[in-house]
Design a protein around this ligand. Structure first.
Ligand code: ADP
Ligand code: MG
Length: 411
């Protein structure tokens, strides 16, 4: 279906045409009719499928630009996602009088408040900052008719469940609620049960989680050779633009410093950086001014960098869904992309699970392991020179830490 076949304000049509949006993506095609009917909705779709516009277009169509009150509220888990979301809304709303705005931590509340006082119809927010504004400023949500929870699963991963429930509880009047998520863990099901009215569930490509245009490469390595193997790969492959994922901030920093000695255009991004720094890094990366970006999971999540040709899992992701989210940074909107995951012998069990659960067709650089046999089969002795130091004290770092509102995720 084409955008010019659906009933949209001419100002929106004009902006979409300028942005090069002609055909609806499958997610947009399946969700738009329900969204326009103001039904509650749960949409499950792979990353890069166009969920932002699916939501933004009907919001812009619906809000009354003569009313200065917030009428649509979108909650996203991170500051970068807030910026990205609001940028897409602003582009689509360019020829309308609708004013979108984003609020997030690490930025002056006074400036945000004065902007809100001037009138904002579509507000994109991170949960912590929104709650601060609700407590400490005149901001009210009583005219919100559409409420969107984006990247709901990540929201929960970051410990925002209580905050999200609080925000839900502030919306007591009649409104439409939409929940977007790549996966649907049981907490999300519960949330939907408590706060959504007779929702439509739209599931797309749940079976085949990875985009088709993405090739999944794996390389067996001994942990001591991890960096060397990575360099060989980068030299041979010469990616146009790549994100290199590590599991921890310290790991990312180590990799960054090693790469820096060999490569000019490399930067690092993690939740511990100043907001202004993060924003400028994202912008430069998106504008192709940075070739390689070392990142932690938080930094990479949900972000749309359309030029990324390669995603490299320098560390095997701790959770299977993280594999999907990381590799979803490339091969967006049908473009081709490659993912490379370095596999240490001790990770073959997890790999087997990944391939099975996510229906991945692995391609091997170097010898393929025998994935039929349980990984205990692999002779630990042959890797006896492996350093014990790669064990991960504290296990899943995120969970062992209390989430601090507005400080943003720290890994
Ligand atoms: P998701 O939230 O599903 O991960 P996004 O909404 O970030 O994906 O969309 C991915 C990219 O696709 C963005 O750059 C967006 O501008 C672009 N896009 C969205 N819809 C269309 C469309 N109908 N035609 C062309 N590009 C689109
Ligand atoms: Mg998105």
């Amino acid at each position: 279906m084409r955008f010019d076949e659906i009933h949209l304000k001419p100002e929106i049509q004009k902006a979409l045409a300028e942005m090069g949006f002609t055909e609806l993506t499958p997610v947009q095609e399946q969700t738009l009719p329900f969204i326009m009917e103001e039904r509650d909705l749960i949409a499950l779709a792979q990353t890069g499928s166009g969920k932002t516009a699916a939501c933004a277009i009907p919001l812009i169509q619906r809000v009354d630009s003569a009313n200065p009150a917030v009428q649509a509220l979108i909650i996203v888990p991170t500051r970068e996602l807030a910026l990205q979301y609001v940028a897409e809304i602003a582009a689509i709303a360019k020829y309308t009088n609708v004013r979108p705005f984003a609020v997030y931590g690490g930025f002056s509340m006074d400036i945000q408040t004065s902007k809100l006082t001037d009138g904002v119809q579509i507000l994109v927010a991170t949960p912590g900052r929104l709650i601060d504004l609700l407590y400490n400023t005149p901001l009210r949500l009583s005219e919100v008719v559409t409420f969107v929870l984006d990247e709901a699963d990540e929201m929960l991963n970051l410990g925002f469940l209580a905050d999200v429930e609080f925000i839900f509880s502030c919306l007591i009047h009649q409104h439409q609620t939409m929940l977007f998520s790549a996966t649907i863990p049981k907490e999300i099901k519960n949330l939907a049960k408590s706060y959504l009215k007779d929702p439509i569930t739209v599931e797309l490509n749940i079976e085949q989680v990875a985009p088709e245009s993405l090739e999944h490469y794996f390389m067996q390595i001994k942990p001591v050779h991890r960096f060397e193997k990575l360099m060989d790969y980068l030299n041979i492959e010469s990616p146009e633009q790549a994100i290199l994922f590590c599991n921890s901030r310290t790991g990312a920093e180590k990799l960054y410093h090693k790469l820096k000695e060999k490569i000019d255009s490399v930067e690092i991004i993690h939740g511990g950086l100043e907001q202004s720094r993060r924003t400028s890094l994202f912008r430069r990366f998106r504008d192709m001014k940075i070739r390689y970006m070392v990142a932690t999971d938080i930094a990479g999540r949900g972000l749309d960098f359309s030029h990324v040709t390669h995603v490299i899992n320098y560390d095997f992701p701790r959770e299977l869904d993280a594999y999907t989210h990381r590799t979803g940074r490339t091969a967006r909107m049908g473009r081709r992309g490659k993912a490379l995951t370095l596999i240490a012998p001790s990770e073959l069990g997890k790999l087997r699970l990944l391939i099975h659960k996510k229906h991945i067709e692995p391609q091997w650089l170097g010898p393929a392991p025998d994935l039929q046999k349980p990984h205990a089969h692999h002779d630990e002795k042959s890797y006896s020179h492996r350093r014990g130091g790669r064990s991960r004290p504290g296990g899943r770092g995120r969970d062992s830490r209390h989430h601090r509102r507005d400080k943003g995720p720290s890994s």
